[in-house]
Every structure is written in structure tokens, then in C-alpha cells.
Design a protein around this ligand. Structure first.
Ligand code: PGA
Length: 252
């Protein structure tokens, strides 16, 4: 099954205008393997500049959040329509930092996915268990509980236009990566969970791994059958390391 390979950069609340310039200059020169696409998700204020500077057929602009509402009295929020004006093609939703720090619920995440799909923007839907949940043997229950409300809200067919990022919370920013085998096992569960609803959709949806991915460990992770790329935080802020990862990743 040929699926798209995706390397997505989640800058989180990091970066500067200078990094926007340096990263885009470097990425514009990167040669990507066939079937590979790169998505760069800087903070909102940098989208406009990044939209102008990124000039590469297979490198796309993404955002890190979006409102589930269309417009109106939602101080501090950003709508899908606004993002579309800056050529944003992907948006990260349900990141564990949004779920844990800002108390976003899976239902709210489902509404955001719905809003994005309605605007023709591809959601990068993040799911993942905490260390405690994994230790207690609840990983699969937790992942299913994060996915199900989205499936209920948009319908399984719409997952043809969704990217899923599995990010074990204990591996994010900690330097502790899941081993390739452990990550593969969980990715296989996620694909199987989707396959019970629709095999074709399950076979097509790109499943990215996230959590302390870097130039050293990415090869082993991306070689796994059900891992179709990565969502990178820390490593995505380093111009040389990130562009090296992008240029060495193989298409499926
Ligand atoms: P990390 O972050 O690569 O710094 O662990 C990944 C993420 O949170 O998306």
C-alpha cells in the first residue's frame, strides 16, 4: 500500500522571524524523495511571512491550532477562513499540550476537525497516551477514546482527508522515544481500529509518529510498516538537522 510520507514540523511557541527566513531558504533547496511531503507549522504571526518565503512544490504551510467556530466574539481565536487566506493547508489539532494545558476535550477536537474539513484544510489529528496510562495497560483504550468522538463527528470516510499523529505524551520533548517496535505496535493498533470501520480508509491514512524524533532515531522509526513519517518538535527548529531529515527520508 503506497501511502504519502510526511515530515511535519511543530515549532510550538518557538522560533523567530530570523528562523522563518533561515528555515525557508534552506528548505527551498531540499530535494525530497518521490512521495514525500513536508509541512511546516510555525506560530500564527509567522504564517504570512512563511507563506511568501516557502517556495517548494512539496513543502506546505501548516498551523498549530484553529477555532472550531467560524467567526465572531472569540477573542484570541483564529478561524479556518483566516488560515486559508495565508495558504495554510494543514492544521495540528488535539496536540497533548492543548489537551493537557488548555483542557481541550476530544469532542472539541472533533469539532475542530469538522471545521477544518469543511474548509478543505487537512487536520493533523494528534492522539497519545500518558506514561501512567501506558504503565496501567490503558494505551489502546485511551487512543480509541480520542479517535472515536472524531469518527462520530465527521464519519470514517472523511478520514481519507485526515493525517493522524501518534505521540506518546511521555516521549514528547523528553528525549525518551518509543522504540521502533513499540511505536509500530501502537500504529498497527490504530490502523486496525480504523480498519474495523473502513479498511480502505485505514490503508490510506498517513500515521505519523511524534515524540523526540531526531536525525539519529528517525530512520529506524520511519522504516516501520505502519509509520508514515513524523511530527517533529525540537528537531524541527534546527535548520540543518531538520532539512537533513527531510532530504534523507524515503518515500513509501
Ligand atoms: P518533540 O515534540 O519532537 O520535541 O518531542 C513533538 C511534538 O510535540 O509534536
Amino acid at each position: 500500500m503506497n501511502r504519502q510520507t510526511i515530515i511535519a514540523a511543530n515549532w510550538k511557541m518557538n522560533g523567530t522571524l530570523n528562523l522563518v527566513n533561515e528555515m525557508s531558504n534552506r528548505l527551498n533547496q531540499v530535494k525530497l524523495a518521490d512521495g514525500v511531503r513536508v509541512i511546516v507549522c510555525p506560530s500564527f504571526p509567522y504564517l504570512a511571512e512563511m507563506a511568501v518565503k516557502l517556495q517548494h512544490d512539496n513543502i506546505y504551510l501548516g498551523a498549530q491550532n484553529v477555532s472550531e467556530h467560524e467567526k465572531g466574539a472569540y477573542t484570541g481565536e483564529v478561524s479556518t477562513t483566516m488560515l486559508r487566506e495565508f495558504a495554510v493547508k494543514y492544521v495540528i489539532v488535539g496536540h497533548s499540550e492543548r489537551r493537557n494545558i488548555y483542557k481541550e476535550t476530544s469532542l472539541q477536537v472533533a469539532h475542530k476537525v469538522q471545521a477544518l474539513l469543511a474548509a478543505n484544510i487537512t487536520p493533523i489529528l494528534c492522539i497519545g497516551e500518558s506514561e501512567q496510562e501506558r504503565m496501567a495497560g490503558h494505551t489502546e483504550t485511551v487512543l480509541a477514546a480520542q479517535l472515536q468522538p472524531v469518527i462520530d463527528e465527521v464519519g470514517i470516510e472523511k478520514f481519507n482527508d485526515v493525517v493522524i499523529a501518534y505521540e506518546p505524551v511521555w516521549a514528547i520533548g523528553t528525549g525518551k522515544t518509543a522504540s521502533p517496535e513499540m511505536a509500530q505496535e501502537t500504529h498497527q493498533f490504530i490502523r486496525q481500529f480504523l480498519a474495523e470501520k473502513d479498511v480502505n480508509v485505514a490503508n490510506k491514512v498517513p500515521l505519523l509518529y511524534g515524540g523526540s524524533v531526531n536525525a539519529q532515531n528517525c530512520e529506524g522509526l520511519f522504516a516501520q510498516a505502519d509509520i508514515d513519517g513524523g511530527l517533529l518538535g525540537g528537531a524541527s527548529l534546527k535548520v540543518e538537522e531538520f532539512s537533513q531529515i527531510c532530504s534523507t527520508v524515503k518515500g513509501s
